[in-house]
Design a protein around this ligand. Structure first.
Ligand code: BGC
Length: 820
């Protein structure tokens, strides 16, 4: 069961507690304070005296990157969290988790910095792709499956970001002002459900404040609610660099300050105890939590790991899981005249730059380096005869430089001040990302003076190629022997500390190159000494943009190819300058000329299928002019293979929308992500997502829960007995299919302010053509409760409810009335 917690109060739990208490008793104040502070970017110190090995964390959530930012040790890249939620399948989420635990073990990682269970409050939220849904119940169910899966494999999780990190603008300082009911009923609800159903061993606190208090110091939410009311017994780790106050953080319930070595814990914490500012017993409780986490993952001598080696789940094939999740997550929102599946015996004209250079994962800390990426072009090439497929670029979503990738063979050469080589390292592309002591062998922060990113670039196209830099400091850039830049990029006012990672690339010059002819590239970055930064890091990137061909000519080529093909497939996408950690979106438009491309292709081919490659909603102004629209999220490394499975009908698309897709940004009910004077009021209260759409009475493009398969369903009946609702559905189509039966609750005459209806439960069924199946859905008591702000308790709202069952919140087929 996806809902079964991994651990309970077993004899092993009690042994672990005894070992933890004994270990705690042996530590002096300095050792205790040291244990609560990162020793580097990703780990805690070892304490050999008590048999404790270093605890290693890693991001999270679609793969396990490990402690190095290189492609040398690749990771399986699963589809984005929005995709996982679109499966509406906690069992599949659990399998994803098990695969990630296997990856973590392979990389000697003990705790995965995931899942992200903040809500889709506004589609502008930069990390929308990294969270599951606009609905707290669905988020809690998927998150519980995921946590249970990771912890089945003996690896810890840190459910993040506690709480209300729902947007990125001023994320380190924003104060989200949230009334008690929405805080409980929406934002805290997934965390509460996961603590209850999956017993996570860790939680990560958010950067932001809630109602005036920084989350890392939030005594009420961390100590009283999370630990007190919900009985969370794991460790709370700060988001990276979120811990800013020794006394405030430790008394507010924060156990671990990451990353190190410079933190507000360690020596500062021991000093605060000695000065009488902090009671040592508070430190002891934090140490107990950390030792318990270490014991659970099996790195504290004498304490049995929750999952011993002998009890690990069977090994999982990562590529197969990635492919299965992708196809189960694809949401077919439109399919006129059964355009899909396509006939594999007929021709396909594929277009869109993202069909060749797929965007398989979202930007920021969620980045991993997969060993291979199957693009839509690769996937369709493998599935169709050679002469059945054409590809044209059609339109490129990006007219900005991006981190050097295709065609580049690069390595990093580290030099000291005298110019001697002190180390060399491989690079995954143009991005250098060395944090803490993660430097190439031989290089140290003391001897390192400059880093040269050097190698070759083999162009895929003739023409003017632009090259540039991203990051702060001094650079010299040479391409094919020509110096394009020799200067300094200064820090802009109020920039995010991860500016080098998320900031805008700067163009430094253009060079005319010939397809297939390699040229030498060299970007040298000279380090500024003594920057005073709290973490020691080397972060910068070589960036590139291929020749910008005439946009009309590109579209015309795609149109010509589409005109004569049996079907046209256009892949449209966002870019990492549009959707990423570190900043919010400004609108929901597809970048570049992609909308024009779709319209032009659809005008000549009535069987035009648009594949949308984005982590979160985009406007699709052409959606009623095309035959079919398939949303594929950031589909992970096997996305193109899964796409071929679905387009050609080997498998049906299994996804249902975890979030409402608007017609236009102007219709979106909640958009505000920009704080004013440091505050962001969640003024919409209880009404986000479909709750807000229904209140506003505005019809979206595609409703929450919507998604088509390749068969059809009839909802025959629903009956209710106690809290259980039993639904009969019949597969009325011609092939086996899977249906997500969704149960919504609508109060008949409400006595309190509540949404028109909300998701109260769901289950999926599989049935052969013509088959009738029954499924029972248990409606939790919580679905009938509200948070009573006057007394601060959950209160059942008595009265009549319509239990509405159907295919989406807008397509409800059968209902039954119940009394509570
Ligand atoms: C992100 C976290 C992430 C951490 C470590 C932070 O910037 O908000 O989600 O786990 O970095 O990479």
């Amino acid at each position: 069961m996806a809902g079964e917690p991994t651990t309970r109060n077993t004899p092993d739990d009690r042994t672990r507690e005894d070992v933890v208490s004994a270990a705690l008793g042996k530590l002096d104040l300095d050792a205790k304070a040291r244990l609560l502070a990162g020793r580097d970017m990703w780990s805690l110190p070892a304490l050999p005296g008590i048999g404790l090995r270093p605890l290693v964390f890693s991001d999270g959530p679609i793969g396990v990157r490990g402690v190095r930012w290189t492609a040398d040790d690749p990771s399986i890249a699963l589809p984005s969290p929005t995709a996982l939620a679109a499966t509406w399948d906690p069992e599949l989420a659990r399998r994803a988790g098990r695969l990630l635990a296997q990856e973590a073990r392979r990389k000697s990682v003990h705790v995965l910095l995931a899942p992200t269970v903040n809500l889709h409050r506004s589609p502008l939220g930069g990390r929308h792709f990294e969270a599951y849904s606009e609905d707290p119940y669905l988020t809690g169910v998927i998150g519980s499956g995921y946590v249970n899966g990771v912890q089945d494999g003996g690896v810890g999780t840190t459910v993040k970001h506690f709480v209300a990190n729902d947007a990125e603008t001023d994320r380190f300082t924003v104060d989200n002002v949230i009334a008690p009911r929405p805080l409980r009923e929406l934002y805290l609800a997934p965390f509460e459900a996961i603590v209850e159903n999956a017993h996570p061993w860790g939680i990560m606190c958010a950067y932001n404040s809630v109602n005036g208090t920084s989350m890392s110091e939030h005594h009420y939410l961390q100590n009283e609610v999370l630990r007190g009311e919900w009985k969370f017994d794991g460790a709370i780790v700060s988001d990276w660099m979120a811990a800013r106050s020794t006394k405030g953080d430790i008394e507010g319930g924060l156990d671990i300050a990451m990353p190190g070595p410079q933190t507000v814990y360690g020596e500062a914490l021991a000093g605060a105890v000695r000065a009488g500012d902090v009671d040592e017993s508070v430190v002891d409780e934090a140490v107990r939590n950390v030792l318990r986490l270490a014991a659970r993952v099996g790195i504290l001598d004498g304490a049995p790991a929750v999952v011993p080696e002998s009890a690990l789940p069977a090994a999982v094939d990562g590529q197969a899981v990635a492919r299965e999740i992708a196809r189960r997550a694809f949401v077919l929102v439109r399919n006129e005249n059964r355009t899909l599946p396509l006939d594999p015996a007929r021709t396909v004209a594929l277009s869109g730059a993202a069909a060749r250079d797929a965007r398989v994962l979202g930007g920021g800390s969620a980045t991993v380096f997969p060993e291979r990426v199957v693009s839509p072009l690769d996937g369709l090439r493998a599935a169709l005869p050679a002469d059945a497929l054409t590809f044209t670029v059609g339109a490129d979503p990006s007219d900005e430089l991006a981190v050097a990738d295709k065609g580049f063979e690069l390595r990093a050469v580290c030099r000291d001040e005298a110019g001697n080589v002190v180390g060399e390292g491989s690079l995954p592309g143009g991005q250098v990302q060395w944090i803490g002591d993660d430097l190439p062998d031989g290089a140290t922060h003391e001897n390192l003076h400059s880093i040269e990113v050097t190698g070759t670039f083999t162009p895929r196209e003739d023409g003017g190629h632009a090259f540039g830099t991203r990051g702060l400091g001094a650079y010299t850039l040479k391409v094919a022997g020509e110096t394009l830049f020799d200067g300094v990029q200064p820090m802009s006012e109020g920039a995010d500390p991860f500016e080098a990672f998320f900031g805008a690339p700067q163009e430094r010059g253009r060079v005319t190159l010939t397809e297939g002819e390699p040229v030498e590239i060299s970007l040298t970055h000279t380090l500024a000494k003594n920057t005073g930064a709290s973490i020691r890091a080397v972060m910068f990137a070589l960036t590139h943009l291929g020749p910008q061909r005439d946009a009309d000519a590109l579209i015309a080529e795609a149109v010509e190819a589409a005109r004569t093909a049996a079907a046209a497939v256009v892949v449209v996408a966002t870019t990492d300058r549009v959707e990423s950690e570190g900043f919010d979106r400004r609108d929901l438009e597809l970048p570049g000329r992609q909308n024009d491309l779709v319209r032009a292709v659809a005008a000549v081919n009535p069987r035009t299928v648009v594949v949308v490659n984005s982590g979160s909603p985009v406007e699709m102004p052409w959606r009623e002019e095309v035959a079919a629209v398939l949303l594929t999220w950031f589909p992970g490394q096997e996305g193109g293979a899964a796409l071929a499975d679905v387009l050609l009908g080997a498998e049906e698309p299994g996804g249902r929308l975890p979030t409402t897709w608007p017609v236009s940004f102007a219709d979106v009910p909640v958009t505000d992500v920009v704080p004013v004077d440091g505050e962001l009021p969640y003024a919409e209260g209880l009404f986000i997502g479909y709750r807000a759409w229904e209140k506003a009475g505005v019809t979206p493009a595609y409703a929450f829960g919507h998604g088509l398969g390749y068969t059809t369903w009839e909802y025959e009946s629903v009956i209710a007995a106690g809290s259980v609702v039993t639904v009969r559905v019949r597969n009325t189509g011609t092939r086996t299919g899977r249906e997500v039966v969704q149960v919504y609750l609508a109060p008949v005459a409400d006595t309190v302010e509540r949404p028109v209806r909300w998701l109260a439960g769901f289950a999926s069924v599989t049935a052969a053509a013509g088959e009738t199946v029954e499924v029972a859905v248990d409606l939790p008591r919580r679905a009938f409760e509200i948070w009573d702000e006057t007394v601060g308790v959950w209160r059942l709202v008595e009265g009549e409810y319509e239990v509405e069952v159907g295919r989406s919140i807008a397509d409800r087929r059968v209902s039954v009335r119940v009394r509570r």
